[in-house]
Design a protein around this ligand. Structure first.
Ligand SMILES: O=C(CO)COP(=O)(O)O
Length: 254
């Protein structure tokens, strides 16, 4: 946690969910409506196919709906792609950019991630910019250097706490049940805060830095309580309302 920063618990449904899953989303929305914790912000990034319905369901709750990726261009001959403007039109408030699964599957480089963050702002969305090292990079002792490079290349110089959120997702922790120790998370997040401050100046003190990778109710208090961890980006555990709400409840136990 960082004093003065309102934490964000964000779900990333990835390529999961059809209309039948919207009941879980309804329960997530109702959980926050029931006064879960007014100090905690919540967001669920659903597949684009569900965005219109999700944003309609969540519009009666404090929970926001987001997209999971966007194209850098506003429109054009890009079959199968979705622009930030389209996500905004469908009800998104945020979009994830640079997720390690997109970087790996589509060969996405830092410069493209940076352009996607700018595209998000053009459309009026907040960009959640993902960074994180692989297991090999960690074993070679390069984790912090990788984070420095990704921040240099993926975070636009015009990023502010209002339009950008950084998510630290060590690739080896995603979907594996493995998590870094609290000390490792603290080191990575302090490093990210320091590099953001070098790049953006004092505003970086107010920028949210989320942790992502195998967050679940049972480890949320430990991980979210770490200094400079301003919320979570949750994959698998965001698909079940009880788990997602259980993670958000961690803030009431601190
Ligand atoms: O990639 C993630 C969120 O973007 C994390 O996924 P898991 O929570 O399933 O490990």
């Amino acid at each position: 946690m960082t004093p003065g920063i309102r934490p964000l618990v964000a779900g990333n449904w990835k390529m999961n969910g059809t209309g039948a899953s919207l009941n879980e989303l309804r329960m997530i929305g109702n959980g926050f409506l029931g006064g879960l914790d007014a100090e905690t912000e919540a967001l669920v990034c659903v597949p684009a196919t569900l965005l219109t319905r999700a944003s309609e369901i969540l519009s009666r709750t404090p929970v926001k709906a987001g997209g999971q990726d966007c194209h850098v261009r506003e429109s054009g001959a890009f079959t199968g792609c979705i622009s930030a403007e389209m996500l905004k039109d469908a009800g998104a408030s945020h979009v994830i950019v640079g997720h390690s699964e997109c970087r790996a599957d589509r060969g996405e480089e830092d410069a493209e991630v940076c352009a996607k963050a700018s595209a998000a702002w053009r459309a009026g969305l907040t960009a959640i910019i993902c960074i994180g090292e692989s297991n090999e990079q960690r074993q070679r002792g390069q984790a912090l250097d990788v984070l420095s490079q990704q921040i240099a290349g993926s975070v636009p110089n015009t990023a502010t706490p209002a339009n950008a959120i950084v998510a630290y997702e060590p690739i080896w922790a995603i979907g594996t049940g493995l998590t870094p120790t609290a000390a490792d998370v603290a080191e990575a997040h302090a490093h990210i805060r320091a590099r953001l401050t070098e790049k953006l100046g004092p505003v970086a003190a107010k920028m949210r830095i989320l942790y992502g990778g195998s967050v679940k109710p049972s480890n949320a208090v430990e991980l979210l309580g770490v200094e400079n961890v301003d919320g979570a980006l949750v994959g698998g555990a965001s698909l079940k309302a009880a788990d997602f709400l259980g993670i958000a409840e961690a803030y009431q136990k601190m």
